[in-house]
Structure formats: structure tokens, C-alpha cells
Ligand binder design. Structure first.
Ligand SMILES: Cc1cc2nc3c(=O)[nH]c(=O)nc-3n(C[C@H](O)[C@H](O)[C@H](O)COP(=O)(O)OP(=O)(O)OC[C@H]3O[C@@H](n4cnc5c(N)ncnc54)[C@H](O)[C@@H]3O)c2cc1C
Length: 324
């Protein structure tokens, strides 16, 4: 295993930040192994995403804008990833530890009869051997996994590495459509969540609501207003998501997103360990809670004690006044 193949996740031709993070780390790994970095960009506007990727240390960018990829089914993407992996040869394949990356990585592992390590936060190369580190049990244990076969697949947790631009040769190669089997077709599509908002993983400011928020309305009103006033996004604890007040895509924590914003404001959230592991690396953590002894107070930079329904609108008003 010498080369590294990176799966690039993008939205309408704009690579997600995690893709740049992984591309940067891939170069470090490939250099240590004496190999090169390949990237795979698929779907509508893949060519635009490939151009953006040229600012990062990638040697070869494999591209396909095959419309089948955008049809909500994962199999066409797995076909391309499998074909790209086989074309590159024995390689470490890096996918983001996102909904799409998890799905792709595990299917690719099955097809290549390779091992996959999930939720990887670091990759170390020593004596030509790749080891993936990944925290378990809420970060109390860190496992180190090596690969036995020709291929290894590592699903990388977003925000684990810094994205550092450094141009590689960035040669773009158009991919032929691989032979694949169609196992399913989409018969109907329903949009359940508005597109276009910056996801919590990408946002530099996140305002999250918990059980204390009491229902779905405050997510759309007072929390959204505060997020808008700061140019941020709305997140949530699992309690709020499980109650059906907001979609799972907004959940922060062990079974949700791991984020690292500049500012995290936890509103009516107690700060359970499963929530903490998803946001503890935020640069500044502010908690708003009516309980002055709440666990989140132990790791927040600032705990504001009081009723969220009184504090949050006043805070939004004050921020808007400053901006005005
Ligand atoms: C395997 C597993 C995985 C999990 N994964 C996740 C995960 O990914 N993310 C996650 O968040 N949790 C996760 N959990 C759940 C986690 O253990 C907690 O149950 C959850 O985080 C609690 O959510 P909460 O803080 O919103 O609710 P609570 O713990 O009930 O806290 C509500 C807070 O709101 C405050 N409050 C109430 N009213 C007001 C008011 N008017 N003004 C101000 N404050 C108020 C209360 O003082 C309280 O501190 C997981 C649990 C397990 C077992």
C-alpha cells in the first residue's frame, strides 16, 4: 500500500471542508509511504469541484459527471469508487465519516474484501505500515487499527485535520462508466428539509437547542434568529432530535455530527458526555441554562444562568444592535 485515494464529497461543485482536510492529510500519508495522492470527484458539477481541489496537494483527480450518481442511490458511486481503487492499485482509501462516506466506505470494503476503520481521528505511518487511531466509548479509549490486505479504508471524522492549501500536480482524468448492476430505482422523491443552509459541520458558529427548548417552534424562531444574527447554523441535542423537534442532520454528538466551530452556544442542553464528544473542540463554548449546577458548566467557557426564553431574544437584539 503506497498510494492514497480520497473520496471528495461536495455540494453543487463546492467541496465540503472535510474533503480538503482529508486531501491535506492524504499528502502527508502518501509522502511517508512513498506514493501519490488520487482523488475521486463524482456527480453534477464534479468538474468544478475538481478545479477547487487543484489548490490542494492532490496528484491525480478522477472525475465523472455521470447523471446516475445524482439519483439518490449509492450503488453508482460505489461502482466508481471500486473502479478507481482498482485502477490505482493497493491503496489506503480515505472517505469522510459522514452519512455518505460511511455508506460508501463500508460497501467498498465489502467489494474489495478489505478492512474498514470508522471514526478515524488520526492516521500514523511507521515503517511503511499504516495505523488508524479512533476514539471509542466517548473518547475514554483510543483504538489503533492496522490493515491486513492490499486495501485499507479509513472513514475520517470531520474536523480532525487542518485543511492546508498546497498545489499538487492536479491532473484531471475523466472516468469511463464502470460496469455495475442496478439493484434499486427511485420511484418518488420527497424533500423533507430545506436545502441551502450551511450544515453544522461547516458553520463557524452553531446555536444548539436541547430538551430545555421545549418544542419545535423555538428552533425555527428564537434559535434561528440568533443563528442568523451571527451568520451561524442551528444544531440540536439528541433529546431534541428524538422528540422530533428538528431533523437528525442537526444533531451534535456521538450519534450525530462532530463539529469544531469558533463559537458554540448550547441552549437548554445539560452537556451529557455523548453531546460533549461532538462539540468539545469548539474554540469558545457558551451555555445558557436555568440550572447553575448543570454539567455543561464544567467545560463551557461561559455559563449564563437563566430562562432561555428571556435570554436568547435579548441576546439576538443586542447582537443586531451592534451590527446596526
Ligand atoms: C449511545 C448513546 C448515544 C447518544 N448520542 C447523543 C448525541 O449524539 N448527542 C446528544 O446530544 N445526546 C446523545 N445521547 C443522549 C445523551 O445521553 C443525553 O440524554 C442528551 O444529550 C440530553 O439532551 P439535553 O441536554 O437536550 O436534555 P437534558 O439532559 O434533559 O437537559 C435539558 C436542559 O435544559 C435546561 N432547561 C430546561 N428549561 C430551560 C429553560 N427554560 N431555560 C434554560 N434552560 C432550561 C435544563 O436545566 C437541562 O439542563 C446519546 C445517548 C446514548 C446512550
Amino acid at each position: 500500500m503506497r498510494d492514497v485515494l480520497v473520496f471528495v464529497e461536495h455540494v453543487a461543485g463546492v467541496p465540503r471542508r472535510v474533503s480538503f482536510e482529508i486531501a491535506t492529510k492524504a499528502k502527508e500519508i502518501a509522502t511517508a509511504l512513498g506514493g501519490s495522492v488520487h482523488a475521486l470527484v463524482l456527480g453534477k458539477n464534479a468538474g468544478t469541484a475538481a478545479e477547487a481541489l487543484k489548490a490542494y496537494p492532490v496528484d491525480t483527480i478522477h472525475v465523472s459527471e455521470d447523471p446516475d450518481i445524482d439519483g439518490f442511490l449509492i450503488d453508482p458511486s460505489v461502482d466508481y469508487l471500486e473502479a478507481a481503487a482498482k485502477a490505482v492499485g493497493p491503496a489506503l482509501v480515505l472517505v469522510p465519516f459522514t452519512m455518505i462516506g460511511r455508506d460508501l466506505g463500508s460497501r467498498l470494503a465489502a467489494r474489495l474484501d478489505a478492512g474498514q476503520t470508522a471514526d478515524v481521528t488520526d492516521v500514523v505511518v511507521a515503517d511503511g505500515k499504516v495505523t488508524c487511531l479512533s476514539p471509542k466509548l466517548g473518547g475514554t479509549v483510543v483504538t489503533a487499527c492496522a490493515f491486513k490486505g492490499d486495501y485499507g479504508i479509513a472513514a475520517i471524522r470531520p474536523n480532525s485535520f487542518k485543511a492546508a492549501p498546497a498545489a499538487g500536480s492536479g491532473t484531471i482524468v475523466q472516468l469511463e462508466k464502470p460496469a455495475g448492476k442496478t439493484y434499486a430505482i427511485v420511484v418518488e422523491e420527497e424533500v423533507v428539509e430545506a436545502a441551502g443552509e450551511v450544515g453544522v459541520e461547516e458553520a463557524s458558529t452553531v446555536i444548539s437547542g436541547g430538551r430545555g427548548v421545549g418544542g419545535p417552534e423555538p428552533f425555527k424562531t428564537i434559535l434561528k434568529d440568533l443563528a442568523d444574527s451571527l451568520g451561524g447554523s442551528v444544531g440540536a441535542s439528541r433529546a431534541a432530535v428524538d422528540a422530533g423537534w428538528i431533523g437528525h442532520g442537526h444533531q451534535v454528538g456521538q450519534t450525530g455530527k462532530t463539529i469544531s466551530p469558533n463559537l458554540y452556544i448550547a441552549v437548554g442542553i445539560s452537556g451529557a458526555i455523548q453531546h460533549k464528544v461532538g462539540m468539545r473542540t469548539a474554540a469558545t463554548i457558551v451555555a445558557i441554562n436555568k440550572d447553575g449546577t448543570v454539567p455543561i458548566g464544567e467545560f463551557a467557557d461561559l455559563l449564563v444562568v437563566g430562562d432561555l426564553f428571556a435570554i436568547v431574544p435579548e441576546l439576538t437584539k443586542a447582537i443586531r444592535a451592534v451590527h446596526a
